[in-house]
Write a protein that binds this ligand. Sequence first.
Ligand SMILES: Cc1ncc(COP(=O)(O)O)c(C=O)c1O
Length: 460
Amino acid sequence: MKFLKIFIAPTDEDYYLSPPRDAHEHGAGPCKAPAFPNPKRGVTMFAADQDRRALFRRPASKKTQISLVPEPARAFRLPLEQGALPPRIADFIATHELPSPCLVVDVDIVEHNYVSMTRALPLAHVYYAVKANPAEEIIARLARLGANFDTASPGEIDLCLELGISPSRISYGNTIKKQADIAYAYQQGVRLFAFDSEAELNKIAQSAPGAKVFCRILVESEGAEWPLSRKFGCTPDMALELLLKARQSGLDAYGVSFHVGSQQTRLEQWDRAIAQVAKLFARTQGRGLELRMVNLGGGFPSRYCASVHPLEDYAKAVIEAMVRHFGASIPEMILEPGRSLVGDAGVIQSEVVLVAKKDARNDKRWVYLDIGKFSGLVETMDEAIKYRFLTPHDGGATGPVAIAGPTCDSADILYEKAPYELPLALAAGDRVLILSTGAYTTTYASVNFNGFSPLEAICI
Ligand SMILES: Cc1ncc(COP(=O)(O)O)c(C=O)c1O
């Protein structure tokens, strides 16, 4: 493939002004909804705002330089600024009667994010983490673009296979698998498996003879807004022994994986993890085993309340760390992005059910939405992921709020401690858009808790 170095000049539709950057950094200061002047009630407000904002364009001098581009970019209508509502989604919501709540995903944005990632890290093979959003339209689009798929269960494997994806493009990346499920995946032709313990390795050796395996090591996840904790990964010392045992068991001891935690905000965590992996490679080589692959997992961000580094900074951190620790002999690289590919591509439309005051002496209002922890917003657990909200009254006076879901469970509170503010004019019946909700929402929704239906996804 011939790589070109090109400049992508924005088309008129590519840029529009984002709301003021008043998003707070890591919990400091109020997390206000982006403020739009001249609010109008109803969903048409969003489309009107898109038109208004489309009038503001970046100066022509601000061109994006992209290097190592496999082919000229297709022009998409994208929200290129933090805080912006994707224009195609805005149009769609404005022109359709949608159920509430529902998630609208712009699959073009998923494509844009995938292409950006493959350009930023052209040496890596991308395995989309299906768990982030298994909508068929997303899987099919990514398959067409050449992606591979990281799966966690026979259900996800079947989904990929049914869409015509070859099993050679599927990794069974869950380190916790039933023996029967390993056998099933192997029967279907899957040949790449993860493990992080001796017992799991034994299962793979028995039910997937000769398969390629990689061992997940435990790495630091500080700085991740959704850390993956000690549940996964073993120590490098144990990984060394297990990889040697994998070879003895007739498996192809292929490499090492890690995950620095989802929505990882500290770039240096990749350096630390890669340093450990490189040491492990050297130690296995000392014992006569040549590993060939490092799986760098996910962790790349979506844009929630706090601002995040651009993807290019993440890519630079990864490449620099690989060169620093592996020198000239960089092994094969795998990435397993989930959140960063689909998060910003989705917007949930919800409705205010109730705005209530609990104490006449306290200004704080409770805003109850028709979506909560049990209908898709599970990542608000411990107020970990802080979503951005748009309302029809943005631009008007705001006041402090707690935001909660509609069920009878007291755990169904999205934010009580985080300093969210919403317009004082917000009232029952108002539509509220929740941005960057394309990842880890539909699949987390309960089936029928309190009689509420699972979150519906519409891909456009
Ligand atoms: C094994 C594995 N790979 C990749 C991912 C995707 O991570 P992210 O959504 O941070 O990109 C996850 C997320 O839980 C995971 O468990």
